[in-house]
Design a protein around this ligand. Structure first.
Ligand code: BGC
Length: 750
């Protein structure tokens, strides 16, 4: 096993020694697997295609309503009887060994179990939620945190993570935006690739690596009105251009599994969708890995009105292409009968069993069934100092400086007396964010502790809660205002708690909860400079005193090292460089809001008369803070745009600009490349991200930032599939999705 050194975890590029290598993943025919299939009964085959929440080592915090509908004794009996192929969300080596021993010593065919889990942004050591980390615009960072998460996951007896979540999500009302990479497809692709590589590495038999599971296939991010589990009704263009590319990128990067989504897609539930799971995924994309259903998604075909009963649901899900059924038990119950009655071909069942066994073989479980179940690693490789340092680094690198009027930040060495006000000041319960139910809360650093550690006189910090997250505290505002009056500076730590995003947490209004907004208004009226530290799982629509505060930091959920990461940025040890991966609208009612919308026949002008133009009565269409926005403590300028006049059909186009650090500190800028196809047979987005680079410059430093475009970067889904049309394109090199240097070029005819 690669030994996890400080270097491999912390050094940029260090964890990616295998990054350039093609993954060593075999899909070749295996005699061992074929001989097992030949011996298996139909019931044993159905067993391999069934998985359940781990009842032998149930999760500390139950997070899915019926996650553990069994008990240890019953589950061990089921393992012995060959009725379980995989268990999920159990933690701990001893329980894993117990279950595995039962499988390989007491079941008839001695097929090892595989253990999976939702390790979305860290296990015991928690990293920033993915939407935040995507804002680093740094795939290498995402790869390193995924690699570190794999290390902890395999130290506690798991082999497979249900991640990365690669759903492009453009409606911030949806709670699960927290788990993805934001509103943009290109950024989502880069993060998907990085995370798959970070989890799986180049050799999945390595017992410190986990199989990746890009999810939820497909288009779950497009649920109507941002309502959880809602219907998805989108055009083929939107599906192909926006929602599918991160999946394709993840599969091309070698992801071994995927998960079929809960939602329907244009009238056909994804988990019963033959076109999606077989024609597209297998026949067109040649995906050879395993498809597991989302949690009871096969059974939910009944509620969708797509299947009559459990038997029908099992048949429809299975024949559509769901290899493995999660939690419903429907495959165990009905697959043998469906085969016996001639309604499902046994060869199809064998193909799915082959995929499950192939995954187990790829992970090395036949040769080493106790892989990733090592007591010594469980003691030494969880919450290691290097992993916690990476959490701190990724935390600071995910904070977006939205606003910094009058250069209020960074705080100097002697910032005077500070009042830290709001429900999240010394709160440890909301550091991790959603989907971190295995977090080690004992290592969490709250904001107050992080700030205090920076102060020469720790007593200069007063912490006042002022309000609960969603309801006032009696006398809370008065206490907060009194504290504000007594200090030189106020830091407001406000926003959402971690229960307000994630699965099942859609909101109608994406605002700071009213009780905290009232607190912010009263505290701001005390007249002291206010820095807002936002905690949130989604982009928010800010208003009133929060919006007006001179400095605002989007801090999301940063994980175990939240307080240190926040203090690193507040005091300037880290110069912020993150950008928004999701636009902050002016009003909730603008959702779904995304920068790369299509033009209309009546576009609203930036200035001037807006009558009879595409807009709302109450606001301009622009975002409060757009995708790609994020400030630094230094200032950067872009100049001297150079763009080739023409892109030859099989050629490449060079575009570049000079980036200069005109401020007084070293800093990193994310330089972004956008295009727009002026005239095409389909309306094309007003801008589309096609590249980005992180560039670090010393004060006064300058660098030419170069991008290359090829014809394939200009393609879109047209009447007959992917197409590229010659003609004129706009191009921007920019530091946000708004503004920048604008040029143009022509794509020449073939
Ligand atoms: C979620 C999945 C998750 C699964 C297993 C479902 O409710 O939608 O993302 O992987 O549960 O915990």
């Amino acid at each position: 096993m690669t030994s996890p050194t400080r270097r491999t975890l912390l050094k940029a590029g260090g964890a990616i020694a295998g990054f350039a290598l093609a993954p060593r993943i075999a899909f070749a025919q295996s005699d061992r697997i074929e001989s097992l299939i030949a011996k298996m009964t139909l019931a044993e085959k159905a067993g391999q295609l069934s998985c359940f929440g781990d009842a032998i080592r149930p999760p500390r915090i139950p997070f899915n309503p019926n996650a553990v509908s069994s008990n240890a004794a019953k589950q061990l009996a089921d393992i012995k009887a060959g009725r379980i192929g995989m268990l999920f969300n159990g933690v701990g080596v001893s329980g894993a060994r117990r279950a595995q021993k039962t499988a390989i010593e007491q079941s008839r065919l001695k097929i090892p179990l595989v253990f999976a889990g939702d390790v979305i942004h860290g296990l015991a050591t928690v990293f920033p939620i993915p939407i935040a980390e995507a804002g680093s615009f740094d795939p290498d960072l995402a790869m390193r945190t995924a690699r570190a998460a794999a290390l902890e996951t395999t130290a506690v007896g798991m082999h497979w993570t249900f991640a990365p979540m690669v759903d492009v999500a453009r409606d911030e009302r949806w709670g699960r935006v927290a788990e993805g990479s934001g509103e943009d497809t290109y950024l989502g692709q880069q993060m998907a690739i990085a995370r798959v590589r970070g989890f799986q590495g180049s050799d999945p038999t390595d017992p410190s690596r986990v199989a990746a599971c890009p999810k939820h296939f497909a288009a779950y991010g497009a649920v109507a009105a941002g309502m959880e589990y809602n219907t998805v009704d989108i055009s083929m263009e939107t599906l192909r251009e926006i929602h599918l590319p991160p999946f394709k990128a993840a599969f091309d990067a070698g992801a071994l599994t995927t998960m079929s989504a809960f939602n329907d897609l244009d009238g056909v539930p994804a988990s019963g969708n033959h076109w999606l799971l077989t024609e597209l995924l297998r026949d067109q994309w040649h995906f050879r890995g395993l498809v597991v259903s989302d949690y009871t998604a096969d059974e939910e075909l009944i509620a969708h009105g797509y299947a009559a009963d459990g038997r029908d649901a099992a048949k429809k899900a299975f024949t559509a292409g769901v290899d493995m059924s999660m939690q419903s038990g429907l495959y165990n119950k009905w697959l043998p009968d469906l085969v016996e009655k001639g309604e499902v071909a046994e060869a199809l069942v064998d193909a799915s069993v082959r995929r499950v066994l192939t995954l187990k073989e790829q992970l090395g479980l036949f040769d080493n069934p106790y892989r990733s179940m090592d007591y010594a690693r469980e003691k030494t490789q969880v919450a290691m100092p290097a992993t916690r340092a990476l959490s701190r680094e990724s935390g600071a690198r995910s904070i977006v400086l939205l606003k910094n009027d009058g250069d209020l930040l960074p705080l100097g060495k002697a910032p005077g007396k500070i009042a830290l006000i709001g429900p999240f000041g010394d709160d440890k319960a909301n550091l991790a964010g959603p989907w971190a139910f295995m977090a080690d809360e004992t290592i969490g650093v709250d904001i107050a502790s992080g700030i205090r550690a920076r102060l020469a006189d720790p007593a200069a910090l007063t912490v006042v809660k002022g309000s609960e997250v969603e309801k006032p505290i009696a006398g809370g505002i008065d206490a907060a205002v009194a504290a504000a009056k007594a200090v030189d500076l106020v830091i407001l730590a406000i926003g959402e708690d971690q229960g307000m995003s994630g699965e099942d947490q859609s909101r109608v209004a994406i605002v700071v909860p009213p009780a905290q907004q009232a607190l912010a208004e009263a505290v701001a009226a005390a007249g002291k400079p206010v820095i807002v530290l936002l905690k949130h799982g989604r982009a928010l629509a800010l208003s009133g005193a929060v919006k007006q505060a001179p400095a605002i930091l989007a801090c999301w959920f940063l994980g175990s090292e939240t307080g240190n990461a926040v203090a690193d940025v507040l005091f300037g040890a880290v110069n912020p460089s993150a950008k928004l991966s999701a636009s902050f609208p002016n009003y909730s009612g603008q959702e779904p809001y995304f920068y790369d919308h299509r033009p209309t026949g009546r576009p609203a002008p930036d200035e001037g008369d807006q009558a009879y133009k595409a807009r709302y009565r109450e606001t301009k269409n622009e975002a409060m803070y757009p995708f790609g926005h994020g400030l630094s403590y230094t200032r950067f300028t872009l100049s001297d745009l150079q763009v080739d006049r023409e892109l030859a059909w099989d050629g490449s186009l060079a575009a570049s600009a000079l980036l200069t650090n005109v401020g007084k500190r070293a800093g990193t800028e994310v330089v972004q490349l956008y295009i727009h196809d002026r005239v095409a047979s389909r309306t094309r987005p007003v801008r589309e991200l096609k590249g980005f680079q992180r560039v670090t410059l010393a004060p006064g430093g300058t660098q030419r930032v170069r991008f290359t475009l090829k014809r394939q970067d200009l393609q879109f889904w047209g009447e007959h599939g992917w197409t590229v049309e010659p003609g004129a394109f706009d191009l921007w090199i920019a530091t946000s999705s708004v503004g920048g240097l604008r040029g143009s070029f022509d794509l020449a005819r073939a």
